[in-house]
Design a protein around this ligand. Structure first.
Ligand SMILES: [Zn+2]
Length: 286
């Protein structure tokens, strides 16, 4: 799932490549992906792209006249920039991975795509960002928050730090992959309880958040949009590395599974050498 660093890089790429260009046509291929009715997609035609930015994990493409195309890429969504499109015929709705296509006046443009059968990508055409429900309730940006803000937000929600760190209304931008990386870097158990973290642990967690996200943004920027996914994987130290050696201490990276996700951690670095209970695995053992 694209998180803060990837979406930041996509916005950066669009700022470089698309800003200043005028829209020929915005096409919606996956009707269910567009969550708004007014203004209609035809209202985008003829407008110049004036900016591209990020709110948490939401991508925001701004057209002249204060019209925003806001996109949440969900788990399997991505943006592909095309120097040219193979045909000028409009997309046929309901076929293939393309949800939204934006054609620009130089023949280039971009597709918002979603792999797999679970269609969760959400696009909004709005003149007021507050009209996007997910954006309206976002907490402060995880990369921009200073230590007092960061600590206040995390302590405002009592719970396991893994869950609180990925709660977009607490802090925005961090998802499953980077929370694993941040907690590994901070040497904290994913199940540590937020309001029991000491000031020193909180400061370490804040520094790790900035370091991990900042490094990932750095790696991602300047990369072509199509390559960002591979780049993200190569920079990870524990996430999606179950069974492989921890790159810091050499212990074996372990996993805890949930119904539709899993987390990875290093026992030596994060939990005093003790493996966390994995209910799915314990069931198998029993
Ligand atoms: Zn380790």
């Amino acid at each position: 799932m694209p998180e803060l660093p990837e979406v930041e890089a996509l916005a950066g790429y669009l700022r470089q490549r698309a800003v200043g260009r005028r829209v020929d046509r915005l096409e919606i291929a996956a009707i269910s992906a567009l969550k708004t009715y007014e203004p209609a997609p035809t209202a985008v035609a003829g407008r110049a792209v004036v900016d591209a930015s990020r709110h948490g994990k939401f991508l925001d493409v701004l057209f002249e006249g204060d019209l925003h195309l806001v996109v949440h890429l969900a788990r399997a969504g991505w943006l592909h920039y095309r120097e040219a499109f193979p045909a000028t015929t409009p997309l046929r709705p309901g076929k293939g991975p393309i949800a939204v296509r934006v054609r620009l006046d130089d023949g280039s443009g971009f597709d918002l795509t979603e792999a797999g059968t679970q269609k969760k990508l959400a696009a909004y055409l709005v003149t007021d960002l507050a009209a996007v429900p997910g954006v309206a309730k976002l907490g402060p940006d995880a990369l921009a928050a200073d230590l007092p803000t960061f600590a206040e937000r995390l302590r405002s929600r009592r719970g396991q730090v893994k869950g609180v760190l990925t709660d977009q209304s607490v802090l925005s931008g961090v998802g499953n992959a980077y929370s694993d990386e941040i907690l590994h870097s901070a040497k904290l158990s994913p199940f540590a309880i937020t309001d029991r973290l000491t000031d020193a642990q909180m400061a370490t967690l804040h520094a790790a958040t900035r370091q991990v996200l900042g490094d990932a943004v750095e790696r991602s920027l300047g990369q072509r949009a199509a390559e960002l996914k591979g780049e993200k994987r190569s920079g990870l130290k524990v996430h999606a590395r179950t069974g492989l050696p921890c790159l810091v201490c050499g212990d074996t990276v372990r996993e805890v599974s949930f119904a539709d996700s899993s987390l990875q951690y290093c026992p030596t670095c994060q939990t005093g050498g003790k493996p966390l209970a994995d209910r799915r695995l314990s069931r198998l053992v029993r």
